[in-house]
Design a protein around this ligand. Sequence first.
Ligand code: NAD
Length: 349
Amino acid sequence: MKKRPSKKMEVACFDMEPETERSLTRHLPASRFTLRFFRRPLRPSDCKNLQNTEVLVVFIHSAVTKAIVEQMPKLRFVTTCSTGYDHIDVAACQNRNILVANVPTYGENTVAEHTFALLLSLTRNVHLAYEKTQHGDFAINQLRGLDIAGKTFGVVGCGKIGMHVIRIAKGFGMNVLAYDPRQNDRELKKAGAQAVTLDRLLRTSDVVSLHVPLLPSTKHMINARSIARMKQGSILLNTARGGLVDTHALLCALQNGKLAYAGLDVLEEEEAFLQEETQLLTKKFSQKVLQAVLEDHVLMNQPNALVTPHIAFDTHEAVERIYKTTADNVVAFAKKKPTNIVRFVPAKK
Ligand code: NAD
């Protein structure tokens, strides 16, 4: 008897670059998958054309909302080409038995290295010096920097990235304090960090660096009250998620000198920067979102803030590892052996 060809699985991939398309096409055989690529983030209006899609591959700029999953009747699996998955309504997916996967690790060194790119740029005025020399200006006034050796570096969140940050900070001769409710003190001590409370870390660190996921419980964990506890003239680094920091409070602290510098790879409502200006004006955004976008603009023009456009993950080596893991996630799901699954954890009351 002739074997019936098995049905191909339809996979829709959003926010893809040509390089991503090539890599996923290489890793996901055409005999088993029908791949559809889109060079932009997922939009609610796409659902009508995704009625047979079983797998969604997305990046951080695609919000996979409850409304979207409810309008895709065949959807069974969502995988994001990122570690963070706060752009996906995991609870809504779980309610419909849709599995969600991420790329839990693709080289924790990559984000940790960018953390120090921000820190050293700020402490040695690299970005300002570059601008000057571009104009033929070799005067060194206003470029005097700060040493980081001997300073206290506070790491908030000691998971894969945070632990790597600790090791790099030790390499620079810094004293390292660490706060993570789930991290084991012995492990931290072995890496050369001292486990302390968040309060002590904020009060005594010259540099505070965030490496925690954005969850309802961590939203605005750096706010006016926590900034008030920070050392006068200290530095805040955020390469995790914009929503961890209350932008308004940060802006006030940078303007009144409470914080000397902020190095930010992520901003609250940064997705809005990917919209065309006309879309920003015509689309309905809440007052809160528009205010955050406006404050982000002011922040980017602050001379003591250095903002990069969410590139901490973006090295050639790391990106290839991300594509490979994403493709492996899809293949594992198709084989009914799903890997790298994330679950919704309700916030503690
Ligand atoms: P991870 O899950 O390995 O570590 C996160 C750690 O944070 C865990 O150890 C957890 O116990 C701790 N944590 C949770 N809540 C906390 C709290 N309230 N206070 C202190 N610690 C808390 O994750 P990771 O791979 O180290 O990544 C950290 C975050 O970095 C991700 O969630 C993601 O949002 C962000 N990230 C950003 C980029 C980028 O390009 N900018 C790239 C990758 C990851």
